[in-house]
Design a protein. Structure first.
Length: 368
């Protein structure tokens, strides 16, 4: 179990995939994904003191993640970048070259022997081609293992139903001479096995405290079977205000213009809409709606309303600064060492969290 006083990594989110709103489900041209808008979110997160920032990747929405990472890397000095990669669209040797090049562009965190580049591996298909769960996650594990081998300076051979190559490592190396940390998540048994085999940080979406504890225990056992250990990360939205009443009001306002049909359409257009993780987020909303008067809260300060307007991560920590801090500390005690937070609109909520909660936390880049 982690001790909150020992610190954690606190990351924010840049809305590269058109996922920024003042009112959920109501597009705002000023918040649309663009170089300028997403750049400003990253710069605000660095100024606010966040340790890392997730740069998400979508099939069609928004702007290209790798190109954005290269550009923003030279405009930032301290913040790490968590670059999302859809492995179904990548050839591992080419991806290794891209990662090594980006790692050199970013360099190390000032004053630390720690790379500024981290990588969020997404198990994905190419649009129009679908793999069943088992082979898709097997391919994802192959990619992670190939990256670790290639970026570790080893000639690498992969001969499988997915890839057939034998290549030397990239001519350019990372600063550390090793693969940057690989963050990866998924709830299905196939996803959990892939993470246990090859990931460095296992990410999970919002869930109840008992469920988070059970997932951590299960993943620890799975990793140990491969002679490995994992670190654990938690992706969640946040709404923090001076008082709990103000925070709940701000959360409710986010849904004030959303109708059920619009919410259904937003969730349905995501290609992961039928995944085990998305199914669990829907289940949490059902749990929250089952008790009269709880207004979408599945447990203290965990609000599931966000999931009515987006696929994927579908809940938010809602409360005053002390309540938000206490909730994060409770997750840390379960074993969470990295948080990836977001809020709507992203720049404004990042500023609120940076002023009201982050100064009270012991935090820094996640060590290997």
């Amino acid at each position: 179990m982690a001790n909150p006083s020992q610190g954690c990594e606190v990351s924010w989110f840049s809305a590269l995939c058109d996922d920024d709103y003042e009112l959920l489900g109501v597009p705002d041209p000023l918040l649309k994904s663009s170089w300028a808008h997403c750049r400003d979110i990253v710069l605000a997160a660095e100024t606010g003191g966040f340790d890392n920032i997730l740069l998400p990747s979508g099939y069609a929405l928004g702007i290209d993640t790798t190109a954005f990472a290269a550009a923003i890397g030279v405009l930032t000095r301290r913040i790490r970048l968590l670059m999302a990669v859809r492995v179904g669209e990548a050839w591992p040797p080419q991806l290794a070259r891209q990662i090594a090049t980006l790692d050199r562009i970013l360099g190390a965190v000032p004053g630390r022997d720690t790379s500024r580049l981290t990588v969020n591996i997404i198990s994905s298909d190419v649009p129009g081609a679908t793999l069943a769960s088992a082979p898709r996650y097997a391919r994802t594990a192959e990619v992670m293992l190939a990256l670790k081998s290639l970026l570790g300076g080893q000639r690498t051979e992969v001969h499988s139903e997915h890839y057939d190559f034998a290549v030397d490592p990239p001519g350019i190396t990372t600063v550390s001479g090793t693969c940057p940390p690989l963050y990866f998540g998924g709830l299905s048994p196939d996803a959990r096995d892939a993470a246990a085999r090859a990931a460095d940080v296992y990410l999970m979406w919002p869930d109840t405290m008992p469920a988070v504890q059970a997932i951590i225990a299960d993943m620890g056992t799975r990793a140990a079977a491969h002679g490995r250990t994992l670190k654990f990360g938690y992706r969640v939205h946040v709404v923090v205000r001076d008082t709990e009443a103000e925070a709940r009001s701000a959360a409710s306002r986010l849904l004030s213009k959303l109708d059920a049909a619009t919410g259904d359409a937003i969730r349905a257009k995501s290609l992961d809409a039928t995944s085990e993780g998305v199914r669990r987020q829907a289940e949490l909303r059902e749990m929250a709606s089952g008790a009269a008067g709880n207004e979408g809260y599945v447990e203290d300060n965990l609000w599931t309303g966000i999931g009515r307007a987006r696929s994927g991560c579908g809940a938010a920590i809602v409360g005053d600064p002390d309540q938000v801090l206490a909730k994060l500390a409770a997750y840390q005690r379960l074993g969470i060492e990295a948080f990836i937070l977001s809020g709507y609109p992203h720049a404004a909520e990042a500023d609120l969290f940076a002023r009201h909660v982050l100064p009270q936390m012991t935090h820094g880049p996640l060590a290997r």
